[in-house]
Design a protein around this ligand. Structure first.
Ligand code: ASP
Length: 439
């Protein structure tokens, strides 16, 4: 049986296992189509409330989870040679997967030319609402480039914690964890404390998942009802380019990576993470999905040592779905404005997309914000951007839900490869019927 067929069957089996979430998803899409936001204000508001509440509840576990996972992960790896090996491999695979992602995205955008179809399309309302935002974002990038890099240094880790700035937190916690791993026995009580925090956080996550079906139903219904079917039709080529590039990444690149660098059967891995994939789609947040991503991977045999190190870092840094969207979006805008897309400019866009995507937090809408960094990098002015940017916003939630699937899947693919390479993968759990939760 072909690889693609296996992947689809695995996904369908996963969907069957999580039928309640899938039903929520389908009902949400249907309701969204028949519930235009402007006609059913009250129902829309209630659904919006349920959706936002679900995201907030699920995000409440993210900080304790990321911190405890990184501390346990790094300090358990202990010996610094192994840490360097894990870290080095992780960066290498994340790098390879993202470079392939932006190359595919650039190729598809140049082949389909989505910007030409949208030339002359102007939506005055949307333009108006994002105009101020675009100008501010670009102005900030322009004036504060050095500051943006300085902000990554965690000068006050507690301030970063309270403001939820993930990159400085990750840098601080990683340094702290390496220090703990070098401090010997005296560090043990603190590491045990974080092990307890991690275990309790995972328990809370289990409870939260009871809310997944209504939460995803509400989120999908509200976002679909916002799309506005006619605008969707007008910029369908942009949507098509993103869907095609993400699909190639999901159905071809990840399976090939698994085949080339490990013996992990792609169907088994995709089936194992199907629940996380659906939550990624529904929440459009890889950070919010992280607890579930870890649970899925650990239940199916990827060791805690690998999961707790590779997945939290990936949920913040490895965003190849986002990089795909950003590359296509900027080429789309360039085509709309008739900018000459020289090979050098395309390479620059792709390179900037790798940086911009990895500075995007794993939350809904982060990727569209950091696009400003790419546009600024290629010298576009706010005046030129307004129309193009508005169009990106029209499809933002839709592309966000899809690209988050790739962001999450890519993390698990890298985790599985590293676990395979390092003998940290229990193949009986991955391939057998029995997963830890059923045993
Ligand atoms: N929503 C994406 C994620 O959480 C990030 C983005 O592209 O906006 O992975």
């Amino acid at each position: 049986m072909g690889l693609h067929m296996q992947v689809i069957i695995a996904l369908l089996l996963g969907i069957k296992r999580n039928g309640h979430i899938f039903i929520g998803l389908i009902l949400g899409i249907l309701l969204g189509i028949f519930l235009p936001a402007e006609h059913y204000g009250q129902v829309y508001k209630i659904l919006d409330f349920i959706g936002q509440a679900f995201i907030s509840i699920i995000q409440m576990v993210v900080l304790p989870l990321v911190i405890s996972a990184i501390i346990i992960g790094i300090s358990n790896i202990g010996d610094s040679k192994q840490l360097a090996k894990f870290g080095g491999k992780m960066l290498l695979y994340y790098g390879i997967i993202t470079v392939i992602a932006v190359s595919i995205a650039a190729f598809i955008a140049l082949a389909l030319q989505p910007g030409l179809a949208a030339k002359g399309l102007v939506n005055p309302d949307v333009i108006q609402s994002v105009q101020g935002y675009v100008a501010d974002a670009l102005q900030y990038q322009k004036e504060n480039l050095v500051q943006i890099f300085l902000d990554i240094i965690p000068k006050n880790p507690f301030a970063s914690l309270s403001e939820g700035h993930m990159i400085p937190i990750i840098i601080f916690v990683s340094i702290f964890a390496v220090a703990l791993s070098r401090t010997g026995e005296i560090a043990r009580p603190l590491v045990s404390l974080f092990e307890s925090i991690f275990a309790a956080t995972m328990k809370v996550t289990d409870w939260i998942m009871y809310l997944a079906a209504p939460g995803i139903f509400a989120l999908t219904a509200t976002s679909v009802s916002q799309f506005g079917v006619s605008v969707f039709h007008d910029i369908s080529k942009y949507a098509l380019a993103i869907v095609v590039a993400l699909a190639i990444q999901f159905f071809v690149v990840y399976p090939l990576m698994l085949k080339l660098f490990s013996k992990v059967p792609v169907g088994k891995l995709y089936s194992a993470i199907s629940e996380a994939i659906m939550v990624a789609f529904g929440t459009a947040s890889s950070s919010a999905t992280l607890p579930l991503t870890i649970t899925c991977c650990e239940k199916r045999g990827i060791s805690n040592k690998v999961c707790s190190f590779v997945l939290p870092l990936g949920a913040t840094l490895n965003m190849d779905g986002t990089a795909i969207m950003q590359t296509i979006a900027v080429i789309f805008i360039a085509q709309m404005y008739g900018i000459n897309l020289t090979p050098l400019l395309i390479i620059e866009i792709a390179f900037l997309a790798i940086i911009a995507s990895s500075t995007s937090a794993g939350i809904p809408g982060a990727g569209i914000i950091t696009i400003a960094l790419i546009l600024n990098g290629i010298g576009l002015t706010p005046e030129q951007l307004v129309v193009g940017f508005s169009l990106l916003f029209t499809l933002e939630r839709f592309t966000d839900m899809l690209r988050t699937i790739c962001n999450v899947t890519s993390d698990t693919v890298v985790a599985a490869i590293i676990a395979d390479n390092e003998n940290e993968l229990n193949y009986e759990l991955l391939c057998g019927e029995n997963s830890k939760d059923k045993a």
